[in-house]
Design a protein around this ligand. Structure first.
Ligand SMILES: [Zn+2]
Length: 243
């Protein structure tokens, strides 16, 4: 890569030693940089291994993460570079990966039969588990993703702020960086609001605005009836129970 790929970092001093000419190669600066590797679809990995989800089992996925962490430690020692593993939602890749997998292996139940793979180390969005169960299950992976991660729970609690607070405090005790997922839908025709709806129960309109959490951010998943998100992510939203 040439320095001009990111002038602020490599040419204007944004990164340590970043005073290269625009045509210079960035290699000399990489010694002080961290190379991050995003990991996703651990739920599907466990399913592929023994037909169980991260909720039903998860040990194989944990063993794989431990193995990768050992390899990272070994490579760091060998070449002195910094590597990091992070749990990623892979917002476009999570759809592309399924297509790539299907080309090679076809449709495997609970692995490649949906248009997306699960984010990071998160339990599948369709699992019927409580927020407390989800926190406990995901805690197992917490120290194995030290390049970046989040634990989040969708609170099926009609904006019960005391309950949300209790669960956030529990997450803080567990050392999490905790995301609180609250969705909201409102009808652009009659103004009716509720947590989640695809058709307005008051007036029957589909002209809705919906806010959902996606890839770590609250976003409009629908504006005046139209989606603003990729199809495979809309499919994931439709499957959500406990995410
Ligand atoms: Zn309405």
């Amino acid at each position: 890569m040439k320095a001009s790929i990111n002038p602020l970092a490599y040419c204007e001093g944004g990164f340590l030693g970043g005073h290269l000419g625009i045509h210079d190669k960035i290699k000399p600066l990489l010694k002080s940089a961290t190379a991050s590797f995003g990991i996703t679809a651990l739920n599907e990995l466990q399913e592929l291994y023994n037909g169980k989800s991260l909720v039903e089992d998860g040990q194989f996925a944990i063993d794989v993460m431990k193995y990768i962490n050992q390899k990272v430690a070994q490579f760091k020692k060998e070449d002195g570079h910094m590597y990091a593993l992070y749990g990623t939602p892979a917002e476009n890749l999570c759809g592309l990966q399924v297509q790539q997998f299907r080309k090679k292996y076809g449709i495997v139940p609970n692995v490649s039969d949906k248009p997306y793979v699960s984010n990071s180390f998160h339990c599948h969005v369709s699992e019927h588990i409580t927020p407390i169960q989800k926190q406990d299950l995901e805690k197992r992976f917490w120290d194995l993703m030290n390049g970046g991660k989040i634990q989040y729970v969708k609170y099926p609690l009609d904006y019960n702020t005391d309950a949300v607070k209790t669960l956030v405090l529990r997450a803080m005790d567990m050392g999490f960086y905790e995301g609180v997922n609250l969705s909201l839908s409102y009808c652009d025709d009659c103004g009716h609001q509720e947590l989640n709806m695809d058709v307005c129960p008051k007036c029957g309109s589909r002209n809705l605005t919906k806010i959902d959490r996606m890839n770590g951010y609250l976003s409009y998943s629908r504006v005046k009836g139209d989606s603003r998100l990729a199809d495979h992510k809309m499919d994931e939203i439709a499957d959500r129970v406990s995410m």
